[in-house]
Design a binder for this molecule. Structure first.
Ligand code: ASP
Length: 314
């Protein structure tokens, strides 16, 4: 297995090789052990400075990145668009160039526009980690999801994964489709026709609009939130109707003949895509996903920082 990533940035799963993904998982195995020690901090990135640029709200992803960076002893700067000169009309490139002039090595960025991370990577020298760009990609989420499946089942290859809900507006769905396909899983997307993009089969997935059939087929069901903030028009008649047709509760899960696992990237809309009794049941891996998120983000930052050091000195 390669010892370095083939990329300088983590812009999307699309750009990673299978070897990159396996290397991230192997490195995360080590960091998962580290974060379960009484002393969770290691000095690996003492000479690296990272800025977390969040142009869009986030709870889990932001805290997870910050913890990962602190566990690796990096110096960090947090930036949130609402408290910055962006609200005074400054451009993205100007904001980032000014921050980088203060000698920052890595930028973790969440942005509402698809392609923002790729755009930035063409204009600046620092390493960029895409922490979610609009409805495009959310690569660290897909990596932590696949890592959680690998941990539960030993391997992702051959597993049947259903992605259920608002696939149309979901960056988690797209990154997961790329990641699970690369790892050899079988993927089916499920939801109302209005929330499943046309031609999605061309990405190598199956489509099934029947929730019961899909749940009876899969090993893992990934539930997605209805992305109300990204919907200009109504794609579903009401949340209540969505919950009745595509919502998963404990009763639904108990009626499936084989045991299945449920996952959710958060935040959960309890009572819409997932009921509380299902979210908090033995079927749920949701909090394991959150725990694994820190190890996966440590692995990505550590490996990208290795590439920065190599390119600076070679
Ligand atoms: N937390 C995930 C994201 O940032 C999923 C969601 O918001 O529904 O895309």
């Amino acid at each position: 297995m390669a010892e370095n990533l083939s990329v300088k940035h983590l812009l999307g799963i699309k750009h990673l090789t299978l070897d990159d993904i396996q290397l991230i998982f192997k490195t995360a195995d080590h960091f998962k052990e580290v974060i379960n020690r009484p002393i969770k901090k290691i000095p690996s990135l003492r000479d690296i400075t990272i800025v977390n640029l969040f142009f869009e709200n986030s709870t889990r992803t932001r805290i997870s990145f910050e913890l990962a960076e602190r566990r690796l002893s990096a110096d960090i700067i947090n930036f949130s668009a609402s408290q910055s000169s962006v609200s005074k009309g400054e451009t993205l490139i100007d904001t980032v160039k000014n921050i980088l002039a203060m000698k920052v090595d890595m930028v973790v960025m969440r942005h509402p526009n698809p392609g923002a991370a790729v755009f930035l990577s063409k204009h600046i020298n620092a390493s960029i980690v895409n922490a979610g760009d609009g409805a495009h990609e959310h690569p660290t989420q897909a990596l932590l999801d696949a890592y959680t499946i690998r941990e539960k089942y030993g391997d992702v290859k051959g597993k049947k994964i259903a992605i259920i809900g608002d696939v149309l507006h979901s960056r988690v769905a797209l990154s997961n489709i790329f990641c699970l396909n690369k790892l050899g899983a079988e993927v089916t997307v499920c939801g109302p026709a209005t929330l499943i993009p046309q031609y999605i089969q061309e990405l190598g997935v199956k489509v099934n609009h029947n929730l019961k059939e899909t749940l009876n087929w899969c090993d893992v069901a990934m539930l997605l939130r209805i992305q109300l903030e990204r919907q200009g028009v109504n794609f579903i008649p009401s949340l209540r109707e969505y919950a009745m047709t595509f919502g998963v509760n404990l009763d639904t899960l108990n009626k499936i003949e084989r045991p299945i696992t449920i996952m959710h990237p958060g935040p959960i809309n309890r009572g819409v895509e997932l009921s509380s009794d299902a979210a908090d049941s033995k079927h749920s891996l949701i909090l394991t996903q959150v725990e694994n998120g820190v190890a996966i983000r440590m692995a990505i930052i550590y490996l990208l920082a290795g590439n920065i050091t190599i390119s600076n000195f070679s």
